[in-house]
Write a protein that binds this ligand. Structure first.
Ligand code: NAP
Length: 624
């Protein structure tokens, strides 16, 4: 048997063998079906002349007001920590604790970690070590394995390294299971498994000024030192539960969608699901195919746009085989489209480069003001929502259910969902929607959910209650120069970063996909690509300098935080609602996602890299 930790006799570097075996092969519902019914995959036309007028605006406002303060989430701690257990892998591989040093330590083995390794090793960086909480690679796609899971951005643009891997996704929206296997193939091809410590969660991590190193501890007893620390552990990493009275008393099986327990056989069971976000929208149609009764507890409806899933054709593959860089070119074209809805209109002809644009551009005779532009955007978004509401009316038979499924908020308030079988699922006699607006499910007892005095007995209860947004626990673990953690600094001073990648006082640290991190858009992979390129640039810069310590100056960080606040505030009318994107309405403007657009972010990045003004480089202390 290969030892879990070995030393490569040629390089002197440690090689790891800690990838865990699969816990079980039980899975169901590999992505969504291809639908033939054209009516189900066509969005009705918007009503003629629909504009977002005062009357419609007041409806949205009323909806928002009823939601304010309704959300009450909690972390999975104490008796609820069982919901965090890794149900996908066999027990962690036993190994000795490490007390050595590496050059670059990366937290996370999802898309960002894999892409980073690919790019770092291509540039000759070999002393790189990854720590991953899960038993295998994949990140989001490791943890989320619920029935029906698939990507929501077309896989030809979403999956990284398609050309290098000579891989062609089987479907336009590849199933999560295919994506997970693809991640494993990347890891195998590029030797990632040798570099990664699986089932290893990074804990207290402190900057040591005397050595110019990060002191990294883990839940496996490691006490490692690293010259550079890179956070690549995602934006929706930590699952959360709704806080509901009596939830601990439920006697049936219960789990969160990100720890789907396939040992619980749903066949012929009474199953309840709490939540109707992007996850539940994919879960409901698949689970409805298996169970005896499905009860969906909804507080806020999602906007359900068309999906139009299809298989990749043999002709496409033949063409792509002869086009070097086909996926990168496609991703760049997709990136010219600004939102999830128009991305659907960005049809294959545009994305494959056959036609120059995805829409006919209007030319305005005179320049329009920012206010007029905003109103135009609001009108466009309103018309999309009208189409989405019309689709519910056309699809859902029961009028009360249809009324409850219609969202009254600005498009993009909640993450737009896409599905061609979700709405029709409610036409099946064994599927029931319980509208719990505005407060949501507030009581659970030993038998099931209680709402409005009515008991819904259940055998299995599934929490589709989402994740903390841009708030991984890692931020509480990393202590910088002045003895504060990232979280403490941001709590005291407001979120302050430069480009989302640096935070002053946290030298030799780079944060990928964190708060204020721009450079991408709704295709998350593009953001990750921008960030990996930046990390590799910084590592190369330091190599050219013969090593050393970098930090960001205070002023550029303050200016960037102000810029984040301004662009968030300016575009707020487009997101005038309550959702996790704005901390359920409580987040300070500019403290979470970056709303300046990829172009602006890249301008700021390129300027910094050219002038080198924002950075401070100092030598590493003499460690003799
Ligand atoms: P989510 O969007 O945060 O949804 C959580 C759901 O739980 C919401 O519908 C919420 O209602 C509901 N909820 C919370 N407490 C409740 C209560 N007491 N009673 C009733 N309902 C309650 O989480 P998610 O669906 O897991 O999605 C999270 C994100 O993951 C997505 O936005 C997306 O970015 C990503 N995702 C991506 C894909 C993909 O690409 N294929 C698929 C799935 C997820 P309220 O809305 O009223 O708060």
């Amino acid at each position: 048997m290969t030892k879990p930790i070995q030393t490569d006799p040629i390089t002197g570097l440690k090689k790891f063998n800690t990838r865990a075996a699969k816990a079980s092969d039980n899975i169901a519902g590999k992505g969504y079906s291809v639908i033939d019914d054209v009516a189900l995959k066509t969005l009705p036309e918007p009503p003629a002349g629909a504009v977002f007028n005062a009357e419609e605006q007041s409806k949205y406002r009323a909806f928002k007001e009823t939601r304010e303060g309704a959300a009450d989430y909690m972390a999975m701690e104490g008796e609820f920590s069982k919901y965090l257990e890794d149900v996908y892998s066999a027990r962690p591989i036993a190994r000795e604790a490490l007390t050595d040093e590496c050059e670059i330590l990366v937290v996370g083995a999802g898309f960002a970690g894999l892409l980073l390794w690919y790019k770092l090793q291509a540039q000759g960086f070999t002393d790189v070590r990854f720590c991953e909480r899960g038993g295998d690679v994949g990140g989001t796609w490791y943890w989320n394995r619920y029935p029906g899971i698939a990507c929501d951005v077309e896989s030809y643009s979403y999956l990284p390294l398609l050309e290098e891997m000579e891989y062609f996704p089987t479907m336009k929206f590849a199933s999560g299971f295919e994506i997970l296997e693809y991640c494993q193939k990347i890891a195998e091809k590029y030797g990632f498994y040798d570099r990664c410590l699986f089932h290893t969660t990074v804990g207290e991590t402190k900057w040591d000024e005397s050595t110019g190193r990060w002191e990294v501890t883990t839940d496996r007893g490691d006490k490692m030192r690293a010259r550079y620390l890179i956070l690549a552990n995602g934006i929706l990493t930590t699952p959360r539960l709704a806080r509901i009275k009596g939830m601990e008393t439920f006697q049936g099986d219960a789990f969160h969608t990100s720890r789907w327990d396939y040992n619980v056989d749903l066949k012929d069971k009474r199953v309840g699901i709490i939540g109707t976000g992007a996850t539940a929208v994919q879960v409901v149609p698949e689970v409805a195919k298996i169970v005896k009764e499905l009860t969906v507890f909804q507080r806020t409806p999602s906007s359900i746009d068309v999906r139009d899933q299809r298989e990749t054709t043999a002709e496409e593959i033949e063409i792509w085989k002869t086009e070097p860089g086909w996926a990168r070119a496609r991703r760049e074209r997709l990136a010219t489209i600004s939102s999830g809805r128009t991305a659907l209109k960005g049809n294959d002809d545009f994305l494959s480069g056959k036609v120059a644009d995805f829409k006919v551009r209007k030319k305005f005779a005179t320049e329009i003001s920012p206010e007029e532009l905003m109103q135009k955007q609001l009108n466009t978004n309103f018309r999309i929502m009208e189409q989405i509401r019309a689709r519910v009316d056309e699809t859902v038979q029961d009028p009360d259910t249809a009324a409850a499924l219609k969202p009254y908020y600005t498009y993009g308030c909640k993450r737009p969902a896409f599905h061609d079988e979700f709405l029709t699922a409610f036409n099946q006699p064994h599927v029931t929607l319980v509208d719990t607006a505005p407060i949501g499910v507030a009581e659970i007892n030993t038998k099931g959910v209680v709402h409005d005095g009515k008991e819904y007995p259940l055998d299995v209860l599934i929490y589709a209650t989402g994740f903390q947004w841009m708030a991984t626990a890692t931020f509480e673990m990393i202590t910088g120069r002045d003895g504060r953690t990232l979280r403490e600094k941001w709590q005291a001073e407001g979120t302050k970063t430069f480009l989302g990648l640096h935070s002053h006082g946290f030298p030799n640290l780079l944060i990928m996909s964190g708060p204020q991190g721009g450079g991408g858009q709704f295709n998350f992979t593009r953001g990750i690509e921008s960030h990996t390129d930046y990390v590799v640039w910084m590592m190369k810069t330091l190599r050219e300098k013969g090593g050393g310590i970098f930090d960001i100056k205070e002023t550029p960080e303050i200016e960037y935080a102000e810029h984040c606040r301004a662009v968030d505030t300016n575009t707020r009318p487009l997101r005038d609602c309550v959702s996790y994107y704005n901390g359920e309405g409580k987040a300070e403007p500019g403290s979470l996602a970056y709303y300046g657009g990829p172009k602006k972010w890249h301008e700021l990045r390129a300027d910094a890299q050219e002038t080198m003004e924002p950075y401070v480089f100092t030598p590493v202390p003499n460690m003799a």
